[in-house]
Design a protein around this ligand. Sequence first.
Ligand code: ATP
Length: 321
Amino acid sequence: MMTITAPTTAVRVTAPAESGRTPAVVANQVTKSYGAVRALDGIDLTISRGEFFGILGPNGAGKTTLMEIIEGLRSADSGQVAVLGRSPWPRDLQLLGSLGVQTQASSFFPSLTALEHITTVATLYGVSAQKAAHTLDRFGLWDKKDVTVEKLSGGQQRRLAIAAAVTHDPEVIFLDEPTAALDPQARRELWSLLDELRAEGRTILYTTHYLDEAERLCDRVAIVDAGRVIAAGKPHDLIREHSSPYVQLVISRDRLDPASAAAVPGVVNAREEGASTIVETDRPEDVLVTLGQRVGFDNIHTRATTLEDVYLRLTGKEYSA
Ligand SMILES: Nc1ncnc2c1ncn2[C@@H]1O[C@H](COP(=O)(O)OP(=O)(O)OP(=O)(O)O)[C@@H](O)[C@H]1O
């Protein structure tokens, strides 16, 4: 069996070279403890302007704490943070107008209509009601303008939350699990809105449960575990760097159980994954012939390494943020 171990050293995340502009975010040796719990243990991070940057990691890894420190909602115990070249703590009113923070559904004004909600938030930022209405329309919610927030679907509430976070045209946008618990269609609709925000050159920091989504959306990701960045880079670079050297075959577990697969010459590793048996081999030609004869070639699929595989190898944990 292949052993999966997490690296012990923290990774310093540097941004791609920029032409003389202050990075969107710089975190330098940031630490934060809650009593005996060391939530952040020396985070280094540089995010360029215009990057779509994903922060991934298991429960309790420190993602929310890190986002909140960068947003200026919490102070770090030590280290430095700069957002657009300014310190977010203590709260900097000049910086606030450049930041957009997606509020969770629970912080909505539930009995306001969608239009009243976004207009209220916009007013706090000195943005006109007309601009608020335009943003509501842009996020596909104009026909819901008179519906109270509590009556909107989960996907519509999420879109409203993001619309309210960006109505003042912030340069840096923070999204905490924006697509959690949405159905696939609602997720995809949000993806195109997020793509649009990125195309406008905004910097987006985001956390997600969905590693396929991070792979699809993010320019770069940082995998955080136990308060440290354990890997960072472009999703495809991380995949290349941490790919299994073996070819992976997927077969329905009904047709072949892992123990039988492991006994086939050339199989390096066989494991159960849901209703499938995953077979890893360094001799795919031989193993395909043997298994094809046993279960039928139509029942065997090959699988490429994904960001989820990289995550699993590095953290040793199934993903659930
Ligand atoms: N206000 C707090 N008081 C005490 N401990 C806290 C507090 N906030 C977070 N922690 C602890 O700090 C650690 C990091 O928590 P944090 O919420 O930043 O992680 P996370 O990666 O966002 O987790 P999740 O994915 O579960 O939201 C955890 O051990 C958590 O229990």
